[in-house]
Every structure is written in C-alpha cells, then in structure tokens.
Design a protein around this ligand. Sequence first.
Ligand code: NAP
Ligand code: GLV
Length: 306
Amino acid sequence: MRITVCCSDTKTAPWIDALRAALPGATVEEWRPGAPRADHAVVWAPPQQFLDEQPGLKGIFNIGAGVDALMKLALPRDAVVVRLDDAGMSVQMAEFVCHAVIRHFRELDAYERDAAQGKWGFRRPRLRSEFPVGVMGLGVLGARVAQALAAFEFPVLGWSRSARDVEGVRCFAGEAQFDNFLASTRVLVNLLPLTPDTENILDRATLGRLQPGGYLVNVARGAHLVDADLLALLDSGHLAGAALDVFRTEPLPAEHPFWRHPKITVTPHTSARTLRDESVAQIARKIAAFERGEPIAGVVDRNRGY
Ligand code: NAP
Ligand code: GLV
C-alpha cells in the first residue's frame, strides 16, 4: 500500500515518520509533482495539481476537522474523503470557548484594565440567566462545547441542520427555527462547517437578531462572517464585543481593523490545533479499517459539503 502526504503550511517530515511507524507495511512518501500514484493520501489544503496527478486515490484523509479547502477542488470521483473526528480537538475547543464566554461574562478585560491602573473596584455581578449562549453547529465540536458551557450553568441553546438531542441544551434545527434560536441567544458561538449554505451566515441580519448586548465567538471559519457587518453592529452598540479566532485572510493582514478594534479579541486560528500523535493514530486506524472493508467514522458527504 502506498500513502502520499501533501500538506500545505505544515512540516511534513514528522507526519511521514509517524505514519511509517503506525503503518509499518505501507510505503509513505511526501508528494512531489510526478510522484507515483498512491492508494491513500494524507492532506491539508493540497493544490489541484496533486489531485489531478492522483486520480486513483481510494481515500483522502484530511488532517483537520474542516474540509472546506478540499471541497473547493475537483476530487477524484471514487475517493472517500475523511475528516478528523475529534482527535483531541473537542476538549481544546471547549476550553477555548468557555474561556472566551466567561472572560466576557465576568468582565475580566475591564478588571485587567482596572488592575493596570492600580484600581480596586467591584462590578455588580451579572446574572447567567441574562447570558443565554447559542452554539451554531452541534457536531463533534459544537456538542462538546455546548455541554461544557452547560456545566457552568449558562442557559445553552444549539442549532444544527437536522434535529439533535444534546443533554442540557435546548436544541433548534433547520432554517425554520433559526430566527427563534437567534432571538433567544445573547452570546453566539459559531461551530458550523464552511459550505455554500453557511458562507456569510454571520451577517447584519443574523447578528442583528441577537439579544441587545450580544457577543460573538467565531471559531469556525472566517468566511462565515461578513466583517463589515460585525464592525457596524459593534459600532452601533447592538453587539458588545467579539472573540475571533478565524479570518477570511490568514494571517490576518496588519492593516485589518479587527486588530485594533477595542471590542474585538483576535487569536491566530488556534482554538483547536491538530495534534499529530492523536491524528496519525486515528488516520492509521481508519486506513487499516478501510482496507479490511469495515465502515469508518468521519466520512464527508460530498453533497452536504461536510
Ligand atoms: P461536524 O461534526 O461536521 O458538525 C457540524 C455541525 O454543523 C453539525 O451539527 C451540522 O448539522 C451543522 N450544520 C452544517 N451545516 C448546517 C446548516 N446549513 N445549518 C445548520 N447546521 C448546519 O463538524 P465539527 O467537527 O464539529 O467541526 C466544525 C467546524 O469547526 C469545522 O468544519 C471547522 O471549520 C471548524 N474548526 C475550527 C478549528 C479552529 O482551530 N478554529 C478547529 C477545528 C475545526 P447536523 O448535525 O444536522 O449534520
Ligand atoms: C482547523 O481549523 C480544522 O478544521 O481542523
């Protein structure tokens, strides 16, 4: 069995070493133009040329949860596309989002500003009941995040494409229930995949339906958000702030207004990192299962785009 590795923005050598150790019977090589055809590929945002030269791939294993970069390309017709299925990401996402929500709810930015001036001043405690948190996307990451927030006793709502049942979470589904979900939400967390249906979903209309004093945590993809609409709603006072981890252009360009906006916190697409050991172990298990003809988790539905 031959496995080809083609990952942009990633040091591939340690991945190749780890895959060779996990799949000792396989030939694992970094892809170069003109490389031999392989059975399986391990990829992150590969170029179209890679896919054009590998028409016989049986499996394309993405080293991330989001497959939006891959789904824009012309893929070999018969290849199964497989995403990472947690692999250590959901606990990272839960800690990151809980931190962002609690930081806002407990006004920790304001306390830090006070401390910088040597000021000892209490703020009136806020009520959790006035900070319902709505999570868009109740998949592997969203469900874990929603349950982590519920453990802090926030009222938690969730929205997905099909109806879901997540303990401790008031669930909404589909376009028909989107407005009710938004109107019941003050802090909005985005954990949707980026697809033609969800691109630009965080626009003036959506964010404008949040309760006054709303707050946005975007940890999914930058192209979900219409940047200018967020800025307008922050400046009008309808939204109180935003924690943004993902951007239309990454790295976020130096001149982008998000960097300097007093109500926006920027982090560099780091809320849930791909962990190499967990990911290689999962991919190796899936390749072996696939070769035995067994079903595997995390297969992307090409029609849905996630
Ligand atoms: P997932 O398991 O596929 O879950 C996706 C969820 O979104 C599902 O609940 C799905 O509904 C829902 N959904 C999809 N399209 C929808 C639509 N049109 N309307 C309403 N709901 C819709 O994905 P995941 O593993 O949780 O990952 C989510 C995303 O997080 C990834 O795609 C990636 O972009 C992002 N991510 C970011 C980072 C980071 O570091 N910032 C790290 C990892 C992942 P159903 O349940 O009905 O299918
Ligand atoms: C990271 O953004 C991922 O999709 O895993």
